[in-house]
Write a protein that binds this ligand. Structure first.
Ligand code: ADP
Ligand code: MG
Length: 262
């Protein structure tokens, strides 16, 4: 065997191991295991209340797990491991980790008093020490990617919901994240604005971005996801290639959910 035959171990970008999360006596996540490879697009489906948002929030430690562990690009998120025990990171260390993880929410939380270019360029200036000129040049580039070239001087209130959400995506991308998390990014939008946001996400996926997308857009999931993970009541019920899970679900709960979606 030549050395070329031994493929290097490709460590996943996201590795979630037996993640549990309770709120008081409510067990919301009951042992989630998920591994996402570099460049992979995973769509997370499931009924409302199944724990999808909680799980995404655990990935960047916006939510503190009850037990389990999550690694992003090989590094434990939120904790240091010493002597077999987990110790929570300082806020500063956590902030450093979060820079590598972009998150886009249902509600686009742009700064209302800043124009689009400032919204996009400010995070890398403040958090990565990027020179002002460079950050602005990159912001203009990102505006092209999200199909908003020339709208840099607009204020959020002057933009439609779809345009604001695309600015929010550009803003997350400005930090050069290793991973993008989307939590129902089109759920708050009027129907006619959904497509323009999905188009941008499609482009990112085609460009090799590693993405976990919580969505109810089944046609998007079918077309773009490498893998679908179906969650219900805090567990992963079923996962597999998009077509397999959507067209031929093996579990009753997945079948029932998909039937309700049509
Ligand atoms: P999904 O995103 O799949 O709709 P969530 O993760 O938002 O589900 O919520 C899962 C469950 O956890 C729900 O029952 C919800 O009410 C509960 N939950 C979420 N966040 C909190 C919280 N901060 N405190 C108490 N319960 C919560
Ligand atoms: Mg949710």
């Amino acid at each position: 065997m030549s050395i070329q035959d031994i493929s290097p171990a490709v460590s996943p970008i996201v590795e979630a191991i037996d993640v549990h999360k309770s709120f008081g006596s409510l067990d919301v996540l009951k042992g989630i295991n998920l591994s996402v490879k570099k460049g992979e697009v995973v769509c997370l489906l499931g009924p409302s209340g199944s724990g999808k948002s909680t799980f995404l929030r655990c990935i960047n430690h916006l939510e503190r797990m009850t037990s389990g562990r999550i690694l992003v690009d090989g590094r434990l998120i939120g904790y240091h491991e010493r002597g077999g025990a987990l110790h929570e990171m300082s806020g500063k260390e956590l902030a450093a980790q979060r820079r590598d993880i972009g998150m886009v929410f249902q509600r686009f939380n742009l700064f209302a008093h800043q124009d689009v270019l400032t919204n996009i360029s400010q995070p890398p200036i403040l958090n990565r020490g990027k020179p002002h000129d460079e950050a602005l040049a990159r912001a203009r580039e990102l505006l092209k990617i999200v199909d908003l070239e020339g709208r840099g001087n607009a204020y959020p209130y002057q933009l439609s919901g779809g345009q604001q959400q695309r600015v929010a995506i550009a803003r997350a991308l400005a930090m050069n994240p290793k991973l993008m998390l989307f939590d129902e990014p089109t759920s708050a939008l009027d129907l006619e604005l959904v497509g323009e946001v999905l188009n941008v996400m499609r482009k990112l996926a085609a460009d090799g971005m590693t993405m976990i997308v919580v969505t109810h857009e089944l046609s998007f999931a079918r077309e773009v996801a490498d893998r679908i993970v179906f969650m219900d009541q805090g567990v992963v019920v079923e996962e597999g290639p998009a077509r397999e899970v959507l067209d031929n679900p093996s579990r009753d709960r997945t079948q029932a959910f998909l039937k309700r979606m049509h």
